[in-house]
Write a protein that binds this ligand. Sequence first.
Ligand code: ZN
Length: 298
Amino acid sequence: MEIPRRSVLVAGLGVLATACSGHSSDASAPAGWVAPSRIGIGSYPADPTTARSDPTATGLPSVTLWVPGPGELVPACKVAAVRRVEAGGSGGQTALQVIDAQYGGLLADSASVLVVTRSWSTATGRLTTGGHTYDVRLSRAGASWRVTAVNPSRPGAPATHLTPAARRVLAEDRITLPPAAAADIRSGRVHDSVLTALLTVARTHRPHVSVVRTGHPLHVFGTTRLSDHPQGRAFDTWAIDGQSVVDPRTPRTPVEDYMHAVAAAGSYNVGGPYLLGAAPQWFSDDTHHDHVHAGFTT
Ligand SMILES: [Zn+2]
């Protein structure tokens, strides 16, 4: 009994050590997930795909329903999208926590809501963590919104070789990445321009990233123009230094400072809740009321 037990324990510690080397800032245990407080930012475990090999772990963490805070545009639309994802992700052996819900597009009668999640499963007899970002499409009928499609992120397999910039972003605890965004970077399909810009802005800010490559519409919503996201040339930030972009209690200055910082770091196309200059360097619309977009040409 002793030998197998010890080897399991050592294996488990190895896995946990690997997980903690990723993002120490949010490497708390699943049960320690902090319910949304002032702005909806909690701490949550770091590694999205690591199977935690703790043989004693049989329970799922408790999760909280996402609720729209003040400042949200069309909260009924976001709630309809989020509830669909929450309902699909929680069952007897699974639990799902919504980290953020941001618009992928918001028009008068249609919308895309990108629901960023972390999830847990005990289906294999041990607790595993993962998580997708879902592009939820909706259409409006009067005052209510109806879900018409749910498209989960598909980041692909991890690359056998990552650039130094990709490895540094994955190891940088000043950058908070949800599971799908981390998997995007591990896939090796995100351009170094994006990754080096993230590292640059992380010197002066702590970005909470929402979406990188997958889980985003192929086209700029409502147009036939290809988005930079699916091509690995963009990242979205939903909170900066612990303050969510959408929260009206977040002062304008730090959001503007961050938008200037991503432009200075090389983004040719920065969108957010405030219009800071002329296109294509700057843009602002309802879709970007809740996050800062940074696009890159290469
Ligand atoms: Zn974006």
